[in-house]
Design a protein around this ligand. Sequence first.
Ligand SMILES: [Mn+2]
Length: 321
Amino acid sequence: MPNTILADTRQFPRFAGVPTFCRYPLLELVPSESLPVDWAIYGVPFDGGVTYRPGARFGPRAIRDASQYVKRYSMAHDVDVCETLSLADAGDAPVLPYSCKGTSDAVCAFALALGDTKHTKLMAVGGDHSIALANIRATFERRGRPEGGLALLHFDSHLDTVDSVWGEKHGHASPFIRAIEDGLINPHRMVSVGIKGPLNTKSDLDYAQKHGVTIVTYDDYISHEGDETLRNFVTRQGDHPAYVSFDIDVVDPAFAPGTGTPSVGGFTSAQILDAIRLLKGANVVGADVVEVLPDRDSAGVTALLASHVMFEILCLDAATR
Ligand SMILES: [Mn+2]
């Protein structure tokens, strides 16, 4: 079965062929009439930045496999993403398994060159959360360095604003502190959704709180109209370019067990898909989906959910065209 076109599943079954993300064509095989692609989706098989259980380097492969069953028409948005957007799998970024910083630089250089540098948006599929920094940096550069930095719509159990771990400034607990320091993200335009405890110390909240990050804990979300807070936050951003960073551990490990730093409780699968849909209207210009650890997964449910999270993020763009 060719990956040169988005193969018709009534002709070529979903269980056949080389598994690209959601069966989108490989970037180098996209026909000229579908260029430039709107999104280049690429894997980052790297987990050198984890603080607990490794294995997310196998995430892109598992998600490609699970994503064969991602269909194209969204009932929630009444949109066919494949009719509206030109989408491609750009393969995997180069990684240096022993070096977080080296990998970040290599991934950024790879991402900067993908597709049409002015038009094509970037979605990175991890890998651990340290890889977000590279895709945020590449997105920031390709969008012409938006004034004040990108908005960030962040789903996670953890704030990921830790200054350093074991003497290292680059790791999966630190992508957003580095992105804020470098002016890539504007903390006043950053919302972290789904934060839950317990934390290491109360001071884990300090950096985000002192820098103006909006925190919507999972408890806020379900008991204090956090959905309204999120909707209003998105409305306030207007057309400002926004990046979506999605850590699968925001979901209750009962629904997404395949992850390296599981945090008990949190969103169900259904709740998280709804929460992403609330972002409709945001000017989404880049995204990542991270922290899927297939070796801890059960029946592939985590990878399957992650692949549908990718779809829902693409829908946000498709639904506003
Ligand atoms: Mn994270």
